[in-house]
Design a protein around this ligand. Structure first.
Ligand code: ATP
Ligand code: MG
Length: 635
């Protein structure tokens, strides 16, 4: 199906997989021992489908495991190398983080926050964001971080849903050199919300703000706060946070995560996937407003006492060289980003990354969407200089941490561009048909997870019924992630796109990723999204939207080449009825393509919840293209 790349880090631990296969529960029991517990658990897993409780009876604290445990050995070690969008930088050691978090935990207590209360955090990517999260975790408050790009009405919904007592925000945040007035957004978002008792305001941009009686400045509160705050001993399933999903398929879901199981999952996957060493400089580009930021910017690196880069701004600001400049400046060794970001970097050409010294890199990763093999190869060659393994990590907000990924820290296996390879040890993932029966190798079907895993969500916040229907009703006692996939002859998993987006043409089912990767493999193409529209004769026909690389313009020849390519690589059945060249695609604020919008527009349906849409102009452009098509079909 594809070429393989034999590149690893020389690790070869076959024992871990063997033990996991013989008994996943005792396997995870063992993994959990790597963390610091106040008291041990009496039962490893209490599984009352579909509700799982891990490490029952054990008590633990996330902030204690991220900070206190390092104070004897690493208090002088850098935890966060922070780079502001404006070029400002700050370095925070494990000792600094420890004292800041304790102080802010005392601030929260002084504002009346108690164990179990929810705290909404609406901050830009500044060190105070992880500090606030860890302070919540320290006293057992449940944080709910909302991406700082969201509008007042989106954040209002989330504050209302979680009934947060406290909101933490900033005067403003920098985005592409402009100040986004976050405090103003919060003022609007919490109007008439009497349950919000206080708003804590960090001064980041020093723009003018209106202060009401509820509002308190971060610095004023911190001045008088005591330096010492003991971490609460919390039950393993104590709710650590609520986080709303990206909203690619519709209205975001409030995913609730616990503590002991979640941290165990993160501790193990961070070690296996990233092969983390004390000397590494780790850089995950995700915004903390998304799950990747929660798990692999905040919790996992700190559990390991790692040094990491945190960047405040847009990846292409002030220009397309910003990322490579950061990698060079901080001598980054491990880089974890998204296919969307890579496609953007690729669009700008090779000269930019080639002009930076990226020689410290030893491992690369991606997450968020299927990575097109062409993009994988570019990442491998131009960024990794053919010496870094790439880990393509599949997971979801709901899964808490990675579930499918190459694990160079554990084992060396040949990589195939576009495949996440195999499930992590201790989870049982299969590809099944509509009836839940495992399919033959190379047959497409639905991804399912057949056993509970430690990072698994506890439920959807305040909605156990929805939790059951969304994830556990399609197949009995099997978690259904909603993704389409296949397993090849070597047992490698290929994620083919979302199950809802699958194209059904002439009795065939094609995952969006298959067709899009084919289109993206043309030299002139930067991005592509495909969807189906009804057709009287064929049932459904495919239309494709294509964004070209910089400096390339659309032409009939190019269109013919793309069609030829699809016919050759996939087959005539996958030939799109129409190819549209557009300048951008509709994406979520987390950067994922929203195909359901293309489909809704193309089918003349209501476009539904668009609160997570990044840029309405992309939808208008698509709407225009589709209208043009309809007009031409009617004439
Ligand atoms: P919503 O659930 O609200 O529609 P979302 O699914 O985009 O939003 P996330 O939890 O951020 O919210 O994304 C998880 C999804 O992202 C997965 O179900 C999968 O479709 C996709 N995904 C993540 N990583 C990968 C990957 N490595 N390969 C393929 N797809 C991936
Ligand atoms: Mg999802």
């Amino acid at each position: 199906m594809s070429e393989t790349y034999n590149i690893g880090l020389g690790n070869n631990d076959s024992e871990t997989r063997k033990t996991a296969e013989s008994d996943y529960v005792s396997f995870w029991d063992n993994q959990a021992k790597a963390l610091s517990w106040f008291s041990p658990w009496t039962k490893t897993l209490d599984w009352q489908p579909p509700f799982a409780k891990w490490f029952v009876g054990g008590t633990i604290n996330a902030s204690f495991n991220a900070l206190d445990v390092h104070q004897n050995t690493r208090s002088e070690k850098t935890a966060i190398l922070w780079e502001g969008e404006d070029g400002e930088s700050r370095t925070l050691t494990y000792g600094d983080m420890f004292s800041q978090v304790q102080k802010f935990a005392n601030v929260l207590k002084s504002l009346g926050v108690q164990k179990g209360d929810r705290v909404t955090i609406y901050l830009p990517m500044v060190p105070e964001l992880p500090i606030a999260m860890l302070a919540c975790a320290r006293i057992g408050a449940t944080h709910t971080v909302v991406f700082s790009g969201f509008s007042a009405s989106s954040i209002r919904d989330r504050i209302d849903d979680s009934k947060s007592k406290i909101v933490i925000t900033a005067d403003g945040g920098y985005r592409r050199g402009k100040v986004v007035k976050l405090k103003e957004v919060i003022d609007e978002a919490i109007q008439n919300f009497d349950f919000v008792e206080h708003v804590v305001v960090l001064e980041r941009t020093k723009n003018e703000i209106k202060m009401s009686s509820k509002d308190k400045l971060w610095n004023d509160l911190m001045k008088n706060a005591s330096e010492s705050c003991t971490a609460e001993k919390l039950d393993s399933d104590h709710p650590l946070y609520i986080l709303y999903t990206s909203g690619t398929t519709g209205k975001p879901k409030g995913v609730l995560h616990g503590t002991g199981g979640y941290l165990t999952h993160l501790h193990s996957t961070f070690k296996w996937a990233f092969d983390i060493k004390d000397s590494d400089v780790f850089f995950c580009t995700a915004d903390i407003g998304w799950v990747t930021g929660h798990s692999y910017v905040v919790y996992a690196p700190l559990l390991h006492g790692a040094t990491e880069v945190m960047y405040e701004g847009a990846p292409d600001f002030p220009d397309a060289s910003r990322m490579w400049d950061i990698l060079q400046k901080y001598k980054v060794t491990i880089f974890y980003t998204t296919p969307t970001a890579l496609r953007m970097f690729m669009k700008f050409g090779d000269d930019i990354p080639n002009s930076f010294d990226l020689s410290t890199l030893r491992l690369l990763g991606t997450v968020g969407e299927p990575i097109n093999p062409e993009v994988w190869k570019w990442y491998y060659k131009i960024i990794g200089k053919e010496k870094c393994p790439i880990i393509d990590t599949w997971w979801q907000t709901e899964t808490g941490g990675m579930l499918i990924s190459p694990l160079p820290g554990l084992e060396t296996i040949p990589l195939k561009p576009g495949s996440g390879t195999r499930p992590i040890p201790g989870v049982n993932i299969e590809v099944v048909d509509e009836n839940g029966a495992s399919v033959e190798p190379n047959t497409k079907g639905y991804l399912v997870i057949k056993n509970p895993w430690p990072g698994m969500l506890l439920t959807l916040w305040g909605d156990d019924e929805k939790y059951k229907t969304v994830y556990w009703s399609k197949y009995e006692n099997c978690y259904y992630p909603g993704d389409y996939a296949l397993k090849d002859d070597d047992g490698y998993l290929w994620l083919l796109g979302r199950a809802d987006d699958v194209l059904k043409v002439a009795g065939h089912r094609i995952g969006t990723a298959e067709l899009e990767s084919c289109i993206v493999s043309h030299n002139d193409v930067a991005e592509s999204a495909v969807c189906g529209i009804p057709d009287e004769v064929k049932g459904e026909v495919i239309i494709a939207f294509v964004v070209l690389k910089q400096g390339v313009s659309k032409s009939d020849i190019l269109e013919k080449q793309l069609i030829e390519k699809i016919r050759n690589d996939i087959g005539a059945i996958a030939t799109p009825k129409q190819i549209y060249f557009v300048s951008k695609l509709p994406k979520t604020r987390s950067g994922k393509i929203i195909r359901r919008l293309l489909k809704a527009v193309a089918n003349g349906e209501k476009i539904g919840d668009v609160s997570t849409l990044e840029d309405g102009a992309a939808v208008s452009e698509v709407q225009q293209s589709v209208e043009d098509l309809k007009r031409s079909m009617n004439t």
